[in-house]
Design a protein around this ligand. Structure first.
Ligand SMILES: N[C@@H](CCC(=O)N[C@@H](CS)C(=O)NCC(=O)O)C(=O)O
Length: 262
C-alpha cells in the first residue's frame, strides 16, 4: 500500500525495521548503567563498525609510532542491545553513538565523542598524523570535515537502503547510489594526484576516510556493494585502500578485542 503522509508524524506508527528495538525520537539516558573503567590512560567504549574502527586504528598507529601513553582499555557497546543509552555512556557521549573515549591520563577525565574529533584530539595530544604547519593542517581538516559531512550519505543513506531497510526501495537506492558514486569518483580523482588524501603523508584524514570508503571498495561494509557500485573502476581509490589495509596498525585496529561490559 502507498504511504499516506499524516498531518503529524507519530513514532508509535512508524516501522523502524530491525532498529525498532532501539530507535526512539528522544535523547538522553534510558536506564542506569555502570560501565567498567580500567587503568589504561584511554577508556574506549565502542564497536567494530566503520566509525568505531577509526579509533582503534588510530590508537594502534600511535602505539606503533612509539607513543607509550596511547594504551587503552576497549569495551564493547552493543548498539543493537541499546548499551549506548545507558547513563554512564551518555555521560561520555550525550549523543548516544559509538565511539566514545574517556581520557583519564590527566587530573580530570576528559570525555571525547564524534569519531573525527577523537582522531583530532589524539593527533593533537601526541603530535602525530597531523601536520603542524597551517596549510598542511588545513588540508587534513578539509578532508576530515569532508568525511564527517559525506559519510552519513554513504552509511545512513546508501548503506541503509541497500543493506538494512526491510524492502529494496528504488527511489532512495537510486538517490543515495548516485551520491555514493559521486563521492567515490571524487576520492578516486583526488587519489590519482597524490599518495594520501591530504598530500604526501598518511594522516588522520586517511584513517577516517578509509574506515568508510576504503572498506566499502574492498566489499567489507555491505555484502555485494562493491560490485553494485562498480568499485574496481575507481582504480586509484582501490590502490590507496589496499595500501592502508596492509598497514600492521590498521590490521591490529580491526582485530582489536572488545571486552564485555557486563
Ligand atoms: N558522527 C558520529 C556517528 C557515530 C555513529 O553513527 N555511530 C553508530 C554506529 S556506527 C551508532 O552508535 N549507532 C547507534 C544508534 O544510532 O543508536 C561519529 O562519527 O562518531
Amino acid at each position: 500500500m502507498t504511504y499516506q503522509l499524516p498531518k503529524v508524524w507519530s513514532a508509535a506508527d512508524s516501522d523502524q525495521g530491525k532498529f525498532s528495538g532501539i530507535n526512539q525520537p528522544t535523547a538522553g539516558a534510558r536506564f542506569e548503567q555502570k560501565l567498567p573503567v580500567g587503568t589504561a590512560p584511554f577508556q574506549l567504549y565502542s564497536l567494530g563498525t566503520p566509525n568505531g574502527v577509526k579509533v582503534t586504528i588510530m590508537l594502534e598507529e600511535l602505539l606503533a609510532a612509539g607513543v607509550t601513553g596511547a594504551t587503552y582499555d576497549l569495551y564493547k557497546i552493543s548498539i543493537m542491545d541499546g548499551d549506548q543509552f545507558g547513563s554512564d555512556f551518555v555521560k561520555i557521549n550525550p549523543n548516544s553513538k559509538i565511539p566514545a573515549l574517556l581520557d583519564q591520563s590527566g587530573h580530570k577525565p576528559i570525555p571525547v565523542f564524534e569519531s573525527a574529533n577523537i582522531l583530532l584530539y589524539l593527533a593533537e595530544k601526541f603530535g602525530k598524523l597531523f601536520p603542524s604547519d597551517l596549510s598542511g593542517r588545513t588540508e587534513v581538516l578539509n578532508w576530515l570535515f569532508w568525511k564527517t559531512g559525506a559519510a552519513p550519505f554513504l552509511g545512513g543513506g546508501f548503506g541503509h537502503f541497500f543493506n538494512y531497510a526491510p524492502e529494496k526501495l528504488e527511489y532512495p537506492i537510486n538517490r543515495f547510489t548516485m551520491e555514493a558514486k559521486r563521492q567515490l569518483d571524487l576520492l578516486d580523482k583526488e587519489l590519482a594526484k597524490k599518495a594520501y588524501i591530504a598530500g604526501d603523508e598518511y594522516s588522520i584524514a586517511d584513517i577516517a576516510i578509509w574506515s568508510w570508503y576504503g572498506q566499502l571498495v574492498q566489499d567489507k561494509l555491505y555484502p555485494g556493494a562493491a560490485e553494485f557500485l562498480s568499485a574496481t573502476s575507481y582504480k586509484h581509490l582501490v590502490t590507496w585502500a589496499e595500501k592502508i589495509a596492509a598497514r600492521p596498525a590498521v590490521q591490529r585496529g580491526l582485530a582489536a578485542v572488545y571486552q564485555e561490559i557486563k
